[in-house]
Design a protein around this ligand. Sequence first.
Ligand SMILES: [Ca+2]
Ligand SMILES: [Ca+2]
Length: 511
Amino acid sequence: MKKSIIPITILACFSISSLLGCKAPANGPDRDYDGIINELDPAPDDNTYKVRLTQDGGYSQTMSFAMDYRNFLKEKYDPNLGLLGAYLINEFSATKPDFTPAYSPIADPASKVMAQVGCQDITYIDVASKYQSSSDDPYDVDNVIMGHNTFINENNTYQVFFVNNHSYVNGPSKGFMSDFDVGAETEAYQEFSPGEHSDWKDKNNHKGFDVTTNRILEAVLQYYDEHKIEDTKPIFFITGHSRGAAVANLMARSLIDKSYTVRAYAYNTPNNTAIIKSTVNDQYKTIFNILNDDDLISAVPTTEMGFHRFGQDVSLSVAKTYATQYKTFFGKEYHYCEDAVINALIDCLNSICTKDKACNRNTIYEYRDYHYDEDGTNLDAEYFDSQDSAEACRTDLLQQIHSYPSPMQNVFYVDEVKQDSSTSKWYVQYTLRPSILMPIIGQVMDLPEISLETILGLIESYKPFVTTLISDITTSLLVILFYGFDPDGIVDAHIQATSCFMAYMLAQANK
Ligand SMILES: [Ca+2]
Ligand SMILES: [Ca+2]
């Protein structure tokens, strides 16, 4: 018979105590350091934490690891914390809190895990609704679940704050728009990107991730102020997956910069900063990015565009090292992209950079097609005899752009009216910015059925502006869409369950 490490009665105790507003003893003796004081611990000398990894109609697998709070003191990657973090992010993917008065956070899968390891004051913090009607970057939001617990080691009392990022709370399409909103400090970007970006504090960072991080960080520090206990040493344990990992990573970096002790376990972390790489080394060594080499997401935005991430990468290839174990673990084959395919996808994404300029975060907003000559003259442009006619055309183009739903205006930028030096004729120079293709993808994702025809149809609707660009855009779009919508295929390389599997294999290898 399988034995749960925490009996139901203890979970009920946590629920009732939180309802009554009282607290379980915060700092009772806990001689196995598993977060549960001796009196409540069914096995006070055993800190084995056994969890069951399940998915509807799919695998069901048991994992166990040591739940030992002293591991939070370690500066090196700790395989047990790696597993705890992986299990947390897996449970967060199933977390769907509501905000009715009867809501009990303990019922959430993620909160339940936190309760099982002794967390108190477990709170789901709804950061997103604060910004939902904001005109300033309304899509750059996530929520966060927090809790805290204390432990004593060698006469010091430590207080661990669990910070778990909950992504895509406004639905995937809006989250995706934020994911791909890399940001640039150029006029072109400012003109068409809605809002003042007042929460974009570090312009080196990916704009969508940085804004999201700063908004969450405010809530995290408020929670910390409300729950910190005098004479304890705080440790922030930060976790997140994918988009959540990008945010967890930036949040950890900010807290380290504020001199807090941080242990961040981020899974399948995308690149999130274009800061000079030599400045992101030693001080961020307690930020761990657990990466699957078979996964495209941790390679975007690409290094060729100037992006990387904070902290240390702990990476492995499931395909190369653990394909057999994967099949045993999940009872099915592992689907993934070969290196050659991943590299081709990265090349494809790099190809959205301007062909005539160095590829960086600014130039990805300045795509020009082959029909510009070396001087930047638009060879495909419609020519006008007078400047006024060209200006009228520009006004008309702008009107068309503004007739699109707000975020879709991002895709185009009408530069200016110019005069051709050889013919003295006038034309309108415009630019397409495929890096903000997310509005289109957002639209696609909201459709009941997705087919190649639908995608091509959507792209065709932009034809007043694009002719020769369509094939390039289509390729970029398909890269992303195939990646996101192949449920039995290459998604295996990225999902939370695979992160759990990887953390498990890392723990096994460390035994
Ligand atoms: Ca205990
Ligand atoms: Ca125990």
